[in-house]
Design a protein around this ligand. Structure first.
Ligand code: UT7
Length: 328
């Protein structure tokens, strides 16, 4: 298959404030032992009160642009994956267009939960393959601590704030870049992970705020099972399409939602744990930023090298899931 697009640069940003498991044990009835054994998380980051999603996204984007060797004025499009934008409108992508000093290029947000970055990259890839655009900035940014119910121990221990960014452009050699993608959804199970209020169905009122309906609600157990099945399915679809075996992949980058989910998918694929990149212990679940952070750190640590076969897979609210197969 001809390769049309590749990554020119990656970047990430996490806020300074570290929230440890011990910090959380002072807020709700939980323990370091429970959180580590059930999720693999040890700490996560929380944004300052005066920061919004775009404040996290800008430094991540600048780092990706720097590595790509271009400036914001060279960009032809900005796509931001997020469910926690600065405001419902204007989009965070439009706010970034102005703050980065980009030309009056198209800029828009994508809402696909934790799979958002995979949706956005796949879309950018398709547009690049048409030849209309040369440089597309994709950002995954999330501030789930802003929509967390801090009295619900089953969710408040899980999430962290972060931004990841990637600059995509045409593949120069037709070999290195995006080999294939798979995207899917099941709206019938959307209620298992949602924020009930704040949209046109249930606009904000004193009552909705009092009833904590502007926070994330999740049926953890149901999501857990679906996450394992769907991420495995995405891997199989992508590998089968390219006639590859799970062992052919050098690095698996799964959505960092729970270490047990990551290990379960790796086990079903029959791959050794040294092929599976993990950074959930440092950042928790950062939703649409998660796999971008992992790719950036895997590159920085030398796990992803030029020529590596990389499988990036996620699952999230929608429900949505999908994956991207890369020849780095
Ligand atoms: O990125 C979007 C996708 N999100 C996910 O993929 C999350 C998927 N789900 C999960 O990761 C897991 O389901 C959780 C980590 C959320 C929960 O782990 P679990 O092993 O499924 O626990 P559980 O919900 O079955 O709860 C087991 C027990 C319950 O107590 P009882 O009823 O057995 O007495 C919970 O009340 O653990 C209790 N529990 C806690 N205990 C201490 C739930 N949260 C906590 C907590 N600390 N933080």
């Amino acid at each position: 298959m001809a390769v049309h697009s590749r990554v020119y640069g990656t970047g990430m940003y996490v806020p300074d404030e570290v929230i440890t498991n011990q910090d959380l044990a002072r807020i709700v009835d939980t323990s370091d032992e429970w959180i580590v054994t059930r999720t693999g998380m040890r700490e996560r980051r929380r944004a300052h009160g005066d920061q919004a999603a775009s404040d996290l996204a800008i430094p991540a984007a600048l780092a990706a642009l720097d590595e790509a060797g271009i400036t914001a004025r060279d960009l032809d499009m900005i796509i931001v994956a997020t469910v926690t934008p600065d405001t419902l409108f204007p989009s965070t992508a439009c706010l970034m267009q102005e703050r980065l000093g980009a030309r009056s290029i198209p800029a828009f947000d994508v809402s696909a939960g934790c799979t958002g970055a995979i949706y956005a990259i796949s879309l950018a890839h398709q547009l690049l393959s048409l030849g209309t655009y040369r440089h597309i900035l994709v950002v995954g940014v999330e501030m789930l601590t802003r929509i967390t119910n801090w009295s619900d121990r089953s969710t408040c221990v899980l999430f962290g704030d972060a931004a990841g960014a990637i600059v995509l452009g045409p593949s120069d050699d037709g070999v290195h870049g995006l080999l294939g993608f798979h995207l899917a959804s099941d709206g019938g199970r959307g209620h298992t992970l949602h924020m009930p209020a704040g949209g046109s169905r249930m606009p904000a009122t004193r009552d909705t705020v009092d009833r904590n309906l502007h926070t994330l609600h999740m049926r953890g157990n149901e999501i857990y099972k679906t996450a394992v099945t769907t991420m495995y399915d995405s891997c199989k679809i992508l590998l089968d399409h390219e006639k590859l075996s799970p062992q052919d992949v050098d690095v698996y980058v799964f959505h960092q939602a729970n270490l047990r989910i990551i290990e379960a998918v790796g086990k079903r694929l029959g791959v050794s744990s040294d092929k599976v990149f993990v950074n959930i212990h440092k950042y928790g679940n950062t939703s649409s930023a998660s796999t971008l952070l992992a790719i950036h750190e895997a590159r920085r640590e030398g796990a992803i090298k030029p020529g590596s076969l990389v499988l990036q897979v996620a699952f999230g609210a929608g429900l949505t899931w999908g994956g991207i197969l890369w020849r780095w």
